[in-house]
Design a protein around this ligand. Structure first.
Ligand code: NAD
Length: 275
């Protein structure tokens, strides 16, 4: 059988699918023939995030993306969800059931970051960053399960990070959350091992999305330009190449299809993280 297999007739949900890496995941699955729902938040529960605002405009961006991809003959629709809002998540799955009647793959590609030393971090900031990355992984996974079970199996792919493999200064809350994503993924994979539902995580390294545009603002040194700061980051990567959203999307596609792979976290980071 060809690998990865064609996904015609399969329904794929990508949460955080409007922009950055999630948008590449949406397009990659749609080009494999899947029906893709690109879900994203218009407003988050807190402004402790790399957009520095509750109003992040993700649903509007998802609608623009879906329209552009449909114009190219792909089967993509947009949906609105704040993954950390239990009722909103349940509405999302009710909508998917009504519109598509099935669900095969769920990709939790959303996430937020924020930069602060632990000494300067407030409890609110700590909770907002941990919750902004972890609550939705729990809620989306939990409420996806009835539909995945009904499909006779499926895949959940959660987004961790190089920050789920090693610590970074001024990122303790984000690292705590991304290490947590790996623990959640491994545990849920064991719970579901006999059901045909597989659960894995992907750990990107350095991808120049909106998240890194914010990080550059925080990490740039006095007298340094943003581009010089970006090039300084290259030295952290053994391959000396930044990753692209497409690099990460290809790993997600692999995890969606790899029948015997569950409970794993796969790095796409040019060799930054090693066991
Ligand atoms: N960019 C990198 O270098 C990098 C590295 C490692 C891990 N990651 C992870 O990859 C994932 C994608 O990040 P990105 O770099 O593409 O960032 P991005 O900001 O470009 O995209 C993230 C998307 O998630 C959405 N989102 C955030 N919180 C949400 C919520 N509660 N509900 C619904 N949507 C929500 C945002 O609106 C946005 O559209 C994140 O989990 C991030 O932590 C990114």
């Amino acid at each position: 059988m060809a690998f990865p297999e064609r996904l015609d007739g399969r329904v794929v949900l990508v949460v955080g699918g409007a922009r950055g890496i999630g948008a590449a995941v949406v397009e990659t699955f749609a080009r494999q023939g899947a029906t893709v729902v690109a879900a994203d938040a218009e407003r988050l529960s807190s402004d402790v995030n790399h957009y520095s605002s509750r109003q992040v405009g993700g649903h509007t961006a998802a609608q623009t993306l879906a329209t552009a991809l449909r114009d190219n003959g792909l089967d993509v629709t947009a949906a609105e969800v704040n993954a950390a809002d239990d009722e909103a998540v349940q509405r999302l799955f009710n909508g998917i059931e009504a519109d598509h009647g099935r669900l095969d793959t769920v990709v939790n590609a959303f996430g937020v970051t924020h930069v602060s030393t632990v000494e300067n971090m407030t409890l609110t900031q700590f909770r907002d960053v941990v919750g902004g990355n972890l609550d939705g992984v729990f809620l989306i996974s939990k409420h996806a399960l009835p539909l995945l079970r009904r499909a006779g199996g499926g895949a959940i792919i959660n987004f961790s990070s190089i920050s789920g493999r090693t610590g970074f200064a001024k990122e303790a809350h984000y690292c705590a959350a991304k290490f947590g994503v790996i623990g959640f993924t491994a545990s849920l994979a064991r719970e579901l091992a006999g059901t045909g539902i597989r659960v894995n995580a992907v750990c990107p390294g350095i991808v120049r999305s909106n998240m890194w545009e914010y990080l550059l603002t925080e990490f740039v040194r006095p007298g340094e330009t943003r581009e010089q700061c970006w090039e300084r980051m290259r030295a952290l990567i053994p391959q000396q190449e930044f990753q692209t959203p497409q690099d990460v999307a290809e790993a997600v596609l692999y995890l969606a299809s790899a029948r015997r792979v569950t409970g794993q976290a796969i790095s796409v980071d040019g060799g930054m993280a090693q066991p």
